[in-house]
Design a protein around this ligand. Structure first.
Ligand code: ZN
Length: 735
């Protein structure tokens, strides 16, 4: 009866765990094998490590039972995008103390272990503690937060700023993981010694304290294999884990069921013969004939125990020099990391984020950083301060905010009467002190005065030309929009998205990042016929296809439009990856040269989006195979860039766009065999206002920009081009 009762209880308990089990609980061995493939030299590290293991085993046997407790410092990194994965401090403290139980055999569910294994329940005598001193010697509560898009598809690249792996065990949490539906993975000490910067555990945030996922991964950190061996394929073939008291098994898929718990496959008749120290007499140990499905290193989620043999193996790993594990437990390190000190009472860390804009009919991006100053919607600011129990919050807002200051409440919705970048100041106070954050580019309240309409053109010649073009670097990283004054189409200025990774960093692939630049308002109300949003791009990739086992993702560019002042955006075009890359693979940082580096782009503006306040948005979605993207010579015209260029074929042809123009115009023509060109601009009275002689590459289409400063006065002009023995004259209207 007792047996039945115990079984029923364990089945209920574990089904709850299995109901949100990942298809594959752990991906440790996939990562390990991938690494061995990439770095065959790793095998040598492993050999050395196993030699040390052997020596340590011999020593302990000779000196009798080891009863020492070791303390181990931990640090938890939360890689987040302010969603549910922004785990609370208290949830982490609770989870960390729960993980620790399994390593001192104090987890209450050992009472569910079936009789044959009760006597094999091991006590690793390892005490895990969140650190109270960080690597710089400053007090900490053992939690670090990293705001990043790399919380999605978490991988080694998400392991930001690891603390030294011979002083702390780093545990990262992300929103999703990028591999085969696993809940977590870690590296064995042999792998970690080879690449200390990727050492530690990474897991899904919702497995923080689920089904002993983290104790399982800490088992790998301390060199435990799955009970069926070092692969990720449970329930496939009989195997063993180099630990005697875990019987051979195929392992089990998630699900805490009787057939798994009492499974005898592979284990029937399992016994081991040992040679004594003197090398003469044999002893035989008859281990259980049932597999140890309740082992933390199986996949069943009936994770109730480590065996004595596994505990010995973990202690061997943590007293080994491999990956500096033995330094973790030294008295000097325990003092340096404050592992045994009580958790300090520290002031909060002030932090805030944005929610969706609020207001009637407002459906926008998950977070809203751009709205017109008179928008029906409001910005929604969310307090995300942490590191202590917050007693008070104080907000201050610039730009004629509806709510200029706010005290004592968490979140604020707000509007701004003065256009421009808004400064937000947040002070969070706890019993231990205060912390203030000031962000002078928190959100952008856009002016609604149109910068122009049909015929508008923007040459991006100088940064001063674009005061009303806000650029958003959402994740505050090096992959971002900027004004660039080292290249351009027809001049030396343009916009660029810096996608090239110059740092060869071990963390921080651009894949998953996205950033925006928004235009000023344009008045397109009532415009009939064709309307095109035209611009030129120059882009390259660093590499494509599969490189070093990693599939390279190229950058893409999206054009969105809003007629509701940013409350709702509609995608009207996308320049997809291969299309965007018109300069091929360039391994160094790409900077466009001749006009041939540039490709014209034209996006039709649907009638529904032609209003008194139409804004456009360039959004780059960056990849890990991208290089820089440049944007130049934007205009709004009834002609596409293709037509503008096609019309400029042959030395007896020239196209001027936009025309009429208010902010400069482009002369497009194709050079002849010698590339020498002259052009002049004369007013209606015949006075030459500008004249140029230039040498270009031969037989090349040229886009020559003529700034408004060159032709300052409004009026009718004639542009005469002499090119390859031909002369052509066109009218130009400047307004
Ligand atoms: Zn595993």
């Amino acid at each position: 009866m007792l047996k039945k009762f115990t079984l029923a209880a364990s089945a209920i308990l574990c089904l709850a765990g299995a109901s949100f089990a990942q298809s594959q609980p752990c991906a440790t061995d996939d990562h390990h094998h991938e690494l061995l493939k990439k770095h065959p030299e790793l095998a040598e590290y492993e050999k050395q490590f196993y030699e040390q293991l052997g020596k340590a085993a011999a020593k302990t046997t000779a000196t009798g039972p080891d009863t020492t407790y070791y303390d181990v410092p931990l640090v938890v990194h939360v890689v987040h995008d302010y969603g549910d994965e922004f785990l609370s401090d208290n949830a982490i403290y609770q989870a960390a103390s729960d993980w620790a139980l399994a390593f001192v055999s104090a987890n209450p569910d050992t009472n569910l272990v079936i009789p044959p294994f009760k006597k094999y329940i091991g006590n690793a005598r390892l005490r895990f503690h969140l650190a109270t001193i960080d690597p710089n010697g400053n007090p900490t509560k053992g939690i670090v937060r990293h705001f990043s898009y790399l919380t999605v598809a978490g991988s080694d690249q998400s392991k930001f700023d690891p603390w030294p792996n011979n002083k702390y065990i780093n545990i990262y949490f992300t929103k999703t993981l990028g591999n085969s539906g696993a809940a977590a993975y870690a590296y064995y000490p042999s792998s970690a010694s080879f690449m200390p910067y990727y050492d530690g555990v990474i897991g899904l945030y919702n497995y923080l304290n689920n089904s002993k996922t983290i104790p399982h991964e800490l088992g790998h950190v301390l060199n435990l294999q799955h009970v069926w061996g070092n692969n990720n394929n449970a329930a496939v073939a009989c195997g063993n884990d180099a630990v005697d008291d875990t019987p051979p098994t195929k392992g089990h898929t998630p699900g805490c069921v009787t057939s798994s718990i009492y499974d005898t496959t592979c284990a029937t008749g399992y016994m081991k013969t040992y040679t004594s120290m003197s090398g003469v007499a044999d002893s035989v140990v008859n281990y259980p004939d049932t597999t140890n499905a309740q082992n933390i290193m199986d996949y069943t989620y009936c994770a109730n125990m480590f065996t004595i043999g596994q505990c010995f193996r973990m202690r061997t790993a943590i007293t080994s020099t491999t990956a500096g594990r033995n330094n973790l437990i030294t008295q000097a390190n325990i003092a340096e990391t404050g592992a045994l000190a009580p958790m300090p009472d520290l002031p909060p860390v002030a932090e805030f984020t944005l929610n969706k804009a609020t207001g009637t009919g407002v459906i926008t991006d998950p977070r809203s950083y751009f709205l017109t100053f008179n928008n029906e919607g409001s910005f929604s600011f969310k307090n995300s301060s942490w590191n202590d129990t917050i007693d008070a919050i104080n907000w201050e807002f610039s730009n004629g905010a509806t709510v200029a200051t706010s005290t004592g409440t968490g979140n604020v919705t707000n509007k701004f009467a003065i256009p421009g970048w808004v400064t937000v100041t947040l002070t969070a106070t706890s019993n231990a002190g205060s912390n203030t954050i000031v962000n002078n580019r928190a959100v952008y309240a856009a002016d609604t005065t149109p910068a122009g309409g049909m015929g508008y053109s923007q040459a991006f010649a100088t940064e001063g030309d674009i005061p009303n073009w806000p650029m958003f670097n959402y994740y505050n990283n090096p992959f971002k929009w900027e004004f660039y004054n080292g290249a351009g189409l027809g001049d030396n200025g343009c916009l660029r998205f810096r996608s090239f990774d110059a740092s060869a960093r071990r963390t921080g692939t651009a894949t998953g990042d996205f950033d925006d630049i928004v235009t000023p308002a344009f008045n397109l109300e009532g415009v009939t016929g064709d309307v095109y949003f035209n611009f030129f791009t120059a882009a390259a990739s660093t590499s494509s296809g599969i490189t070093g086992g990693t599939t390279k993702v190229l950058d893409s560019l999206e054009i969105d439009v809003t007629t509701t002042g940013g409350a709702r955006w509609t995608k009207i075009a996308g320049v997809r990856r291969a299309d965007l890359v018109n300069n091929g693979n360039i391994s160094s940082e790409f900077i466009p040269g001749a006009s041939a580096s540039w490709a014209g782009r034209s996006v039709a503006v649907p009638v529904a989006h032609r209003t008194r306040q139409t804004f456009f948005r360039f959004r780059v979605r960056a990849g890990n195979g991208g290089n820089n993207i440049y944007v130049d010579k934007m205009n709004i015209s009834n002609l596409t860039t293709d037509i503008q260029e096609l019309a400029a074929t042959g030395t007896n042809s020239m196209v001027i766009f936009p025309n009429p123009s208010a902010n400069g115009c482009n002369l497009v023509f194709t050079t002849g065999t010698d590339g020498a060109v002259a052009y002049s601009i004369t007013d209606v009275a015949g006075k030459v206002v500008y004249r140029a002689y230039k040498n270009f590459a031969s037989n090349t289409r040229i886009t020559e920009f003529v700034s408004r400063e060159t032709v300052p006065a409004a009026g009718l002009y004639f542009v005469t081009l002499t090119n390859g023995g031909n002369t052509v004259t066109r009218k130009l209207v400047v307004y």
